[in-house]
Ligand binder design. Structure first.
Ligand SMILES: Nc1ncnc2c1ncn2[C@@H]1O[C@H](COP(=O)(O)OP(=O)(O)OP(=O)(O)O)[C@@H](O)[C@H]1O
Ligand SMILES: [Mg+2]
Length: 384
């Protein structure tokens, strides 16, 4: 019988996980509460239920052999249910529910990093749901300091940079943490996969560029322009994380490079990541295939870089409005366009991405830029 893979979350990451699974002959069941989830196009079945929906999670567990995640903000009760089903041998949860429980919350994740002796910015957690930070809470932090929501933040939406007391007027609600701002000359990410057999493989690190006001990821490039020593440090950190976590699947480490040449971990995602989209074109095995291979218990595929590549997120620029699908190629660019079929555009929403390869990363960057211009023209300036 074909292996049945359950995926919690139905966004674009799920969409390409399902596509990769299909190529491997694996049946997919996605659990999501979105009415029109991007993953619906490629999944074999969709179970409707939110990330904390116990009844939907029970249905999922009955329907599949392996459960994995494309989002980490899963409800604690659902994680308990999955842990129990795993312990009973009903399903294999990969990566484990315990790993998700630790990493899904930025406070427990940071505590884990500190306990593991891994380099990360100093922080203080505020666990009270009704917390309002005051001047006293900033004691011991130099300005600026970063306030982050403990759970549920994404694409910079759970991040608030505090430059001074006045910025506390507009703080994020709910449990949060304060984190020292890490002065950096660049942001990077490294994807790492670990198989059921313990085999660990690191992709080449990638360079990240963020939209400066929104902290939303805008561009990813590989090679990242790091020195050999810096690349070696990124790999060593990724391997240490995976060995200590014992996770199975693809994980992503987001990293800062400081002006002194140190690499500091921003966060770890126990899943495929926006920073790895360009592996679809640029690497021997895409992050999506790799994750499916890992959680399905297959041997990992090769991760070698095949060509320099640049990925650009296609972000909605205009006011909320219905979105028209953008085709996979547009005149004037060699970029491969991935459109997620989200029916509504909202400010800064990721509507798709595109990737261009080239003989050099500079050429790939120009092709990606031309691709964005073509998408902007196609959408009358709404997206690009
Ligand atoms: N301590 C810090 N020092 C400097 N910049 C930071 C710090 N923390 C976050 N940032 C900036 O904000 C961005 C988003 O932060 P973070 O990755 O924690 O949030 P997120 O909402 O999980 O984002 P995403 O979903 O894009 O990964 C970072 O990539 C970085 O540009
Ligand atoms: Mg991040």
């Amino acid at each position: 019988m074909r292996l049945r893979l359950g995926i919690i979350g139905g966004g674009q990451l799920g969409r390409y996980l399902c596509a990769a699974a299909r190529e491997l002959g694996i049946v997919t069941v996605v659990m999501t509460d979105e009415a029109e989830p991007p993953a619906a196009a490629t999944a074999d079945r969709v179970i409707h239920g939110g990330l904390g929906d116990l009844a939907a999670a029970r249905t999922l567990v009955e329907a599949v052999d392996v459960v994995t995640f494309e989002i980490e903000a899963v409800g604690a009760d659902v994680l308990d249910l999955l842990a129990d089903a795993d312990a009973r041998g009903r399903v294999a949860v990969r990566p484990g529910a315990g790993i998700l429980a630790t990493l899904r919350n930025k406070a427990t994740q940071k505590r884990w990093l500190v306990d593991a002796g891994l380099p990360t910015a100093p922080f203080r957690a505020f666990n009270d749901a009704s917390v309002r930070l005051t001047a006293a809470d900033l004691d011991g932090f130099a300005m600026p300091v970063v306030q982050k929501s403990q759970v549920g933040g994404y694409d910079g939406r759970g991040v608030h940079i505090v430059h001074g007391l006045a910025d506390l007027d507009e703080q994020l609600p709910g449990p949060c943490l304060l984190e020292a701002f890490v002065p950096h000359v660049g942001e990077f990410a490294i994807l790492v996969a670990r198989g059921v057999d313990g085999d660990i493989r690191c992709y080449d690190p990638v360079a990240l560029r963020f939209e400066p006001r929104r902290h939303v990821l805008d561009e990813v490039r590989v090679p990242a322009g790091l020195s050999e020593a810096e690349v070696a440090t990124c790999r060593a950190l990724a391997v240490r994380c995976m060995e200590r976590l014992g996770g199975v699947g693809v994980f992503a480490l987001e990293l800062f490079l400081t002006p002194h040449g140190e690499i500091v971990i921003n966060e770890i995602s126990p899943r495929v990541h926006n920073a790895g989209h360009l592996t679809l074109e640029a690497c021997a095995t895409s992050q999506f295939e790799q994750h499916v291979r890992a959680v399905a218990g297959l041997p990992l595929g090769p991760v070698a870089l095949q060509a320099p590549a640049v990925m650009r997120n296609l972000l909605w620029r205009g006011p909320p409005a219905p979105a028209v699908p953008v085709p996979v190629r547009l005149a004037g660019s060699t970029a491969h366009i991935y459109w997620y079929d989200k029916s509504e555009g909202r400010p800064w929403r990721k509507m798709g991405h595109l990737t261009a390869c080239g003989p050099t990363v500079e050429v790939a960057g120009r092709e990606a830029e031309a691709g964005c211009a073509a998408v902007l023209a196609f959408t009358d300036g709404a997206c690009g």
